[in-house]
Design a protein around this ligand. Structure first.
Ligand SMILES: Nc1ncnc2c1ncn2[C@@H]1O[C@H](COP(=O)(O)OP(=O)(O)OP(=O)(O)O)[C@@H](O)[C@H]1O
Ligand SMILES: [Mg+2]
Length: 440
């Protein structure tokens, strides 16, 4: 079986499941081999509400990525987020080893001590990450990587991410029932930060705002380390629902109006013409005023951004955001979102794509998009933390039906499902072989 050094990221969002498959080349750049997207219906505000639908969406996204890349996916680094995830500021202190030079095992002991400090806090939560924010070796402070420094004691602050065990178990169940191994479970803002923050921005304070379908996540990074994170349960789908209620149209039409004609900032939206909505199923044709549509959109977007501003103020570090604000997620693509964010937050704002230099994310292949940033950040996280391992995420397997697809015109839906079935059978064979090899 050919060995690969491929990594796979899985983002289970409220509106879509996104799989990113990439490998790192010798220069450290990430080459995107394939992406898979599937409509998601089993998630509400980042929490699983329907296991079967979520499993089906994961399988569909995996199948799409496998078809596009001719690899077989076995494992994933999964994003974890949602209102159940909490972050605790803590601290730790250890004596440096006898050589007096900080080594990796000192760092490990430092993090383990921080973990032990809070382990018994709450039996319903589990620790997902212990992320160092700052190391202080004797009196030398603000160190992000202390290894190699001379000293007697090392102390510092850490950011501990904990999530509700039951919610995490639901995510695990969905991924495993989709036939995948969980190689890593990564706090979403950490992955997102790796994807969208540029090296220059890491030196200052930067806020990453992910406006998704069901949640808006606000994360503040100071000096490259995560400092504060908050989940707001109002997001871009609420804009769609407001349009549906306000204009009395169904959600599908409301979504179309938002994406095709909507603008979040009345200062830049022009024209007040009528927008004609195609009649459906015997109903008469309808028109809506563009200004009314945009009024509805602006009101909700304003609310979201005011909540973001409140969260940034609550972090106590609003003044430290000197590098600006990175807006990402599907909601950031709404026309006028950047301009309105600039007004409400009083800061410079840009859209964030998975192109940041952090984590070796010099991206090659696939079109930049604000909706796949998390999945690609998950891949960057794998390489940054040396989690890739040979074949732990995927094996390359030349599946004849996939490698040489028939032309689209001659490929009916029955043919496609036949190919998918063969692909699944092939995957089982490969998985079996891998298991046998591991036992050996
Ligand atoms: N071009 C666009 N213009 C306006 N809105 C858009 C555009 N593309 C996507 N959206 C909106 O973005 C939302 C989906 O964003 P995204 O894919 O980031 O969400 P998600 O990751 O599935 O959700 P969450 O992160 O909340 O779990 C939807 O509400 C969709 O209407
Ligand atoms: Mg999302």
């Amino acid at each position: 079986m050919p060995e690969t050094n491929i990594a796979v990221g899985l983002d289970i969002g409220t509106s879509k499941v996104c799989i990113a498959v990439a490998e790192q080349d010798a220069s450290g750049s990430l080459k995107v081999l394939a992406e898979g997207f599937a409509h998601s219906e089993g998630i509400r505000r980042a929490a699983v509400v329907n296991i079967n639908k979520t499993v089906a969406a994961i399988k569909a996204a995996v199948a799409e990525a496998e078809r596009a890349s001719s690899i077989v996916i076995h494992g994933v680094n999964v994003a974890l987020s949602g209102a159940h995830v909490h972050c605790i500021q803590s601290s730790s202190e250890i004596s440096i080893n006898q050589s007096g030079i900080v080594n990796e095992s000192d760092v490990h002991r430092f993090l383990e001590k921080a973990r032990a400090n809070i382990q018994n806090l709450d039996i319903n939560h589990e620790i997902i990450h212990v992320i160092p924010q700052e190391f202080i070796v004797d009196d030398q402070d603000r160190l992000l990587d202390p290894t190699g420094m001379a000293g007697m004691t090392m102390r510092g602050s850490v950011y501990i991410v904990v999530g509700l065990k039951t919610k995490i178990r639901n995510i695990r169940q969905c991924v495993e029932r989709a036939g995948l191994k969980i190689v890593g479970l990564t706090f979403k803002p950490v992955a997102l930060g790796m994807a969208v923050i540029k090296e220059r921005e890491k030196r200052g304070g930067v806020a990453v705002i992910d406006i998704g379908a069901g949640t808006t996540e606000v994360t503040l990074f100071l000096g490259g380390a995560i400092h504060y994170s908050e989940v707001i349960t109002v997001a871009a789908n609420d804009i769609t629902l407001d349009i549906a209620h306000g204009l009395q149209v169904d959600e599908e039409i409301a979504e179309h109006l938002k994406i095709k004609h909507g603008c979040a900032d009345s200062r830049i939206s022009s024209g007040n013409e009528d927008i004609v909505i195609e009649a459906c199923e015997g109903y008469p044709q309808k028109t809506v005023q563009r200004s009314l549509l945009n009024l509805i959109i602006e009101a909700r977007m304003m609310e979201i951004l005011e909540l973001v501003r409140d969260a940034l103020m609550a972090s106590g570090s609003y003044e430290a955001i000197n590098a600006g604000v990175i807006l990402t997620g599907g909601g950031s693509l709404l026309q006028g979102a950047v301009e309105l964010a600039q007004l409400v937050l009083g800061l410079d704002v840009r859209i964030g794509y998975a192109e940041g230099a952090a984590g070796g994310m010099n991206r090659i292949g696939a079109v930049n998009s604000a909706v796949d940033a998390t999945a690609l950040g998950l891949v960057a996280y794998v390489y940054r933390n040396n989690m890739s391992g040979k074949n732990s995420f995927a094996t390359s397997a030349a599946v004849p039906e996939i490698a040489e697809p028939k032309s689209k015109a001659s490929q009916g839906s029955e043919d496609v499902s036949a190919v998918q079935e063969k692909n699944v059978a092939w995957k089982k064979v490969v998985d079996g072989l891998q298991e046998w090899w591991e036992k050996l």
